[in-house]
Design a protein around this ligand. Structure first.
Ligand code: 5GP
Length: 190
C-alpha cells in the first residue's frame, strides 16, 4: 500500500534498537480513515476466505482489528495479556515475548469464543521477531480452528518473524514491508 508507506516515511520515527514509532497515526493516536483503508485492503486480500473471527492481541492490534472486522462482518477477539500466575480454567494460553518491552507474557483467550468450526484471520500492527503471531497461531491450533492467515500492517522484514511464519505454511500479508531503517529516520521498503 503505497499511501501507507508514504505515511510511515512521513510520520514514522526511528528509535534505537530497531523500533519504529508510529504513535501519531497507528498505535496511540489512531487515524481512523487510514484504518478504513487498511481494513479494505485486508478484505481485498482475505475477503474470499470465509473468515468467521478476527483474532488480535492487546493493545495495539485492537483498533485495527475492529475497523477491519466491519468489512468482514465478523467478531473480533483479542488475546489478553494475563497478569496473574494462576490462569483460570476455560482458556487457551500461549507465551509471547514482547519485542518492545522484552518481557514474556501469557496470553489467554476464552474457550467460549474460539471454536473448531471457526476460520480465523490474525491481525496485528507489527511483525518483528514473530512471537506475537506465533502465540496467536498456537491459540488457534489449540482451539482446533482453521487458520486463514495473518494480516500485518508493518512487517520489519529485516527481522526473522515473517520468514519463520511463512516457512511454517501460514499465509502472511503485510501492507508495508520495511527493508531497513537508519538512525537519521530513513525508512526503506522492500
Ligand atoms: P514480534 O512479536 O513479531 O517480535 O513483535 C510484534 C509485536 O511487537 C507487535 O504486537 C507490536 O506491538 C510490537 N512491535 C514490534 N516491533 C515494533 C516496532 O518497531 N514499533 C512498535 N511500535 N511496536 C513494535
Amino acid at each position: 500500500m503505497k499511501q501507507f508507506e508514504d505515511r510511515i516515511r512521513q510520520d514514522g520515527i526511528v528509535r534505537e534498537g530497531g523500533v519504529l514509532k508510529v504513535d501519531s497515526f497507528l498505535n496511540h493516536q489512531m487515524d481512523v480513515a487510514l484504518f478504513q483503508d487498511i481494513g479494505k485492503e485486508f478484505f481485498r486480500l482475505f475477503g474470499d476466505s470465509g473468515v468467521t473471527k478476527i483474532l488480535t492481541i492487546e493493545a495495539s492490534g485492537i483498533g485495527i482489528a475492529c475497523i477491519t472486522a466491519q468489512y468482514f462482518q465478523c467478531p473480533v477477539i483479542f488475546a489478553k495479556k494475563n497478569k496473574t500466575r494462576n490462569i483460570a480454567g476455560g482458556v487457551y494460553t500461549a507465551k509471547v515475548e514482547s519485542f518492545t518491552h522484552g518481557k514474556v507474557y501469557d496470553v489467554i483467550v476464552s474457550k467460549d469464543f474460539l471454536k473448531p468450526e471457526d476460520r480465523v484471520l490474525l491481525i496485528d500492527d507489527f511483525l518483528a521477531n514473530g512471537s506475537a503471531l506465533q502465540g496467536l497461531i498456537s491459540l488457534v491450533h489449540d482451539a482446533g480452528a482453521h487458520l486463514v492467515g495473518a494480516g500485518v500492517c508493518i512487517e520489519k522484514a529485516f527481522q526473522p518473524g515473517g520468514d519463520l511464519i511463512r516457512a511454517a505454511g501460514v499465509r502472511v500479508e503485510s501492507l508495508a514491508r520495511v527493508k531497513s531503517m537508519t538512525p537519521d529516520g530513513g525508512v526503506e521498503f522492500c
